[in-house]
Design a protein around this ligand. Structure first.
Ligand SMILES: [Zn+2]
Length: 288
């Protein structure tokens, strides 16, 4: 967790100077050109280096509209996410609406940043958080930066329904849940509480469920490796298909669901930061 303290006056403690100067130095380069949001909510980054293009903003808005059913959802001119009443939508997933509303009402600031093409971020990542304090105005905020790599979603190989289960909107919700205190799985055989929540939303939307939190690395050449993520079709869809097949063949339906995979190419030099049994964490939250 970082500290960012804005203050002036003659009496400043050494600790305050240390807390203020280090992050301010980082912030100072861009401070002249943009100001951080000073009200809680979900914001588009005002940083010109991380600002979403109109196309990426539209991609995120359309995805969140589809997942939540909030058809009026969008960003205001100054970058704040707005949507209609939580009770007004009959579409989308209730679970996803609750996640988005919890983040909007949390009192925290979430800043969505564009890390497209970055080697640091694969699909999505939440930073370690910043405790912001402005002693001049008395404003204190916890600021999270939600980093999204839109290029990764275009570069991956997956069936259309798997793409709908794992896109920028679902990834943004994943990172928001980290900011709300939820954690990822540390066990190979567990999906983790965040993906359990998102799988309930996928169930409502009749989308494939994420079957593993961890990705598997598969070498495909001397220069490239493939990372794959496993999904399972909805049981209800599978059961319906099996019942249809059984009727056609006059036999018992198959019980086993066939996994679907998402593939993503990485350079052979890729070194995952965190692994369990050689598996790769996808959608990492803050390193605590
Ligand atoms: Zn995560």
């Amino acid at each position: 967790m970082k500290m960012l303290v804005i203050k002036f006056g003659r009496s400043v403690s050494v600790l305050a100077i240390l807390l203020a100067v280090i992050p301010l130095f980082e912030h100072a380069q861009a401070a002249a050109s943009y100001a951080l949001p000073t009200k809680p909510g979900i914001w588009l980054s005002p940083d010109p280096r991380r600002k979403l293009s109109d196309a990426h903003t539209m991609e995120l808005v359309q995805s969140l509209q589809r997942i939540t059913g909030f058809r009026q959802l969008g960003f205001t001119e100054n970058g704040l996410l707005m949507n209609e009443s939580p009770c007004s939508s009959a579409e989308g997933a209730v679970e996803a609406r609750q996640v988005l509303e919890r983040a909007r009402q949390s009192g925290h600031v979430f800043i969505i940043e564009d890390y497209s093409g970055s080697d640091e971020v694969h699909f999505g990542q939440l930073d370690e958080g910043t405790n912001y304090e402005d002693t001049r105005t008395g404003i204190r905020l916890l600021i999270w930066r939600v980093r999204l790599d839109f290029a990764d979603f275009h570069d991956m190989e997956a069936a259309q329904d798997v793409r709908a289960s794992f896109d920028c909107g679902f990834t943004a919700l994943h990172e928001l849940l980290h900011g709300l205190g939820h954690t990822d799985s540390l066990q190979e055989d567990s999906i983790g509480e965040i993906e359990e929540i998102l799988n309930r939303a996928r169930t409502e939307l009749q989308l494939p469920l994420r079957d593993s939190y961890f990705g598997e690395l598969v070498p495909i050449s001397t220069r490239m490796i493939s990372l794959r993520l496993r999904f399972l079709p909805q049981p209800s869809t599978q059961a319906a298909q099996a019942a249809q097949s059984a009727r056609a063949l006059g036999s018992a339906p198959p019980l086993k669901r066939k996994a679907k995979y998402l593939f993503f190419l990485l350079p052979h030099s890729y070194r995952p930061m965190l692994t369990v049994s050689g598996l790769v964490r996808i959608g990492c939250g803050p390193q605590r």
